[in-house]
Design a protein around this ligand. Structure first.
Ligand code: FES
Ligand code: FES
Length: 177
């Protein structure tokens, strides 16, 4: 990466949920702020702002990352995926999201976007995870509402559905993301 003027503003171009986008930021701007305030992608939540809670997790080049610890200028040229990218189309939910709703795996929803993004990235690599693996994946996220049991059940159920081991539920929002 070229050396950037610390006082200046910079245009960062990257792919957000499959669409080319660009946003003007300061060198110090965090990816959370660029997404939420610069691009209006408020699905990415901000909790602790120092890498602990996992609420801000997004996927960068297929790898989960804490957006609150990532400088926006660092995603130049990258493929960034946020929770908005899970829905196959406006008004429909992705498989993981439907499973979370069915299994009551969220209450306030503050942690949910980050957890979904970690699970989405993991299931892309490991479509047949064990319960222990899922437990480890969500171990990097703090949820103060549900307890973690429904989240684990939802993740395992979504994985089975994505593999085709169980049929998709018939709800109108059910979708294959
Ligand atoms: S807001 Fe980024 S880890 Fe908590
Ligand atoms: S659903 Fe409220 S913090 Fe997780």
């Amino acid at each position: 990466m070229p050396q950037l003027d610390a006082q200046g503003r910079h245009t960062v171009a990257f792919t957000l949920n499959g669409r080319e986008t660009a946003v003007e930021v300061e060198t110090r701007t965090l990816l959370t702020d660029a997404l939420r305030h610069g691009l209006g992608a408020t699905g990415t939540h901000v909790g602790c702002e120092h890498g602990v809670c996992g609420a801000c997790t997004v996927s960068i080049e297929g790898v989960p990352a804490r957006a609150c610890l990532t400088l926006a200028v660092g995603v130049e040229g990258c493929a960034v995926r946020t929770v908005e990218g899970l829905a196959p189309e406006p008004g429909r939910l992705g498989v993981l999201q439907v499973a979370f709703r069915r299994r009551h795996a969220l209450q306030c929803g503050f942690c949910t976007a980050g957890i979904l993004m970690s699970l989405d990235a993991y299931l892309a690599l490991r479509p047949n995870p064990s319960r222990r693996e899922i437990t480890e994946v969500i171990g990097g996220h703090l949820c103060r509402c549900t307890g973690y049991a429904p989240i684990i059940e939802a993740a395992l159920e979504a994985a089975a559905e994505l593999r085709g081991d169980i049929p998709a539920p018939s709800s109108p929002e059910a979708a294959h993301a």
